[in-house]
Write a protein that binds this ligand. Structure first.
Ligand code: KG4
Ligand code: ZN
Length: 338
């Protein structure tokens, strides 16, 4: 089954054609991130306007790269939330129009749930259930147990800022550009201090007996450190300290959940999963675990927003509904599955 996926939840405009939830025939992403560098964050109105400019050319390119005509497509899939309402509406209304014109079924997709399906897009054997999943994106941090497709149980998440938000906000304090995650990672890469010596910042809730996170205090800690420091030559050290604090909490609490729930697979998903230090620390911690749990993380370009995982999610959860009934839902949560 070939599905055309459409994703416009934030500042990326994306379309992809995916066969049977695994084979990516095309995956086109246009980003308006460069427009937001000046403001240090996204202006929703500006992001939505750019979605309108980019979407049709992006869909045309995705269809052409997949060598598909509309007759080759079996179904459409579109992100309905969570996200910025203006951006979401552009994708949702465009997809509904295509479903009507092309007379195709259309599947509404939860963006957070869909991030997880980037783990099915790679050529290796697919993850086995039950799977423990950590979704770390710009707006959300959720830990869920997945017993099967469409069978999700939320076990924890952030109480305030998301992991990606922590990267973005602290990057701004460090004078680094938006998006902050890749900028902090690049700076941290240059720091030559051993990771076990990077301990300036607190690891909130790391020892708490739950699977929740809190990242808002990190901003204050970074601000205080910058305010009390006389030189800015320690940029690389501070970037590495921020990254290590976030990575340490995410890995420690997730490994604790793996020990408790003993899943067959551990899946990482969301834009922050592109972080090399996070991937590396998970890989080395998972090596020491018994019994063995298979660790999955999508290749970095599939972690950040794209439409291939939207199409993938729609394949494994193929419940089309009438196009007229599809509506954007900016507040959707990962457990509010569709
Ligand atoms: O999943 P995503 O692309 O969009 C949302 O659904 O939010 O995630 C974007 C987030 C941003 O906060 C960005 O700074 C972060 O992912 N990010 C990273 C890296 N690449 C993207 N964070 C840390 N290291 C990276 N390499
Ligand atoms: Zn996302």
């Amino acid at each position: 089954m070939k599905i055309l996926g459409i994703e416009t939840s934030c500042d990326e405009t994306a379309a992809a054609v995916v066969e049977d939830g695994a084979r990516v025939l095309s995956n086109v992403v246009a980003s308006s991130a460069s427009l937001h560098v000046e403001t240090g964050g996204i202006i929703p109105e500006q992001a939505a306007r750019q979605q309108i400019v980019s979407l049709i050319p992006v869909i045309d390119t995705a269809m052409a790269q997949a060598k598909c005509q509309k007759t080759d497509i079996d179904s459409l899939a579109v992100t309905i939330g969570p996200g910025l309402v203006g951006s979401l509406l552009v994708g949702v209304e465009t997809a509904k129009t295509l479903a009507y014109l092309w007379k195709k079924p259309i599947v509404p997709v939860n963006h957070l749930l869909a991030h997880i399906y980037a783990n099915w897009l790679s050529p290796h054997p697919p993850p086995r259930f039950p799977a423990l999943v950590l979704v770390v994106s710009g707006g959300h941090t959720d830990m869920v147990l997945m017993k099967d497709h469409g069978c999700l149980w939320w076990i924890g998440g952030t109480r305030d800022d998301a992991a990606g938000e922590a990267f973005d906000k602290t990057a701004r304090l460090l004078g680094l550009p938006y998006p902050g995650g890749p900028a902090i990672a690049a700076k941290a890469e240059k720091c030559r201090i051993a990771s076990n010596k990077l301990q300036i910042f607190p690891r909130p809730m790391i020892s708490k007996n739950n699977f929740d996170f809190s990242f808002s205090g990190l901003k204050t800690a970074v601000k205080n450190t910058i305010d009390n420091s006389e030189s800015t030559t320690k940029d690389e050290r501070l970037a590495a300290e921020v990254q290590e604090a976030i990575v340490d909490v995410l890995v420690t609490k997730t490994i604790k959940a793996v020990k408790k729930y003993q899943p067959r697979s551990l899946l990482l998903a969301g834009g922050v999963a592109a972080n090399l230090r996070l991937r590396q620390k998970f890989k080395s911690e998972m090596k020491n675990l018994t019994p063995k749990v298979k660790f999955f993380v999508p290749e970095p370009r599939l972690c950040t927003d794209n439409a291939a995982y939207i199409a993938g999610c729609a394949y494994f959860n193929h419940s089309p509904i009438a196009w007229k009934k599809i509506e954007a839902n900016p507040q959707l949560t990962i457990a509010g599955q569709i």
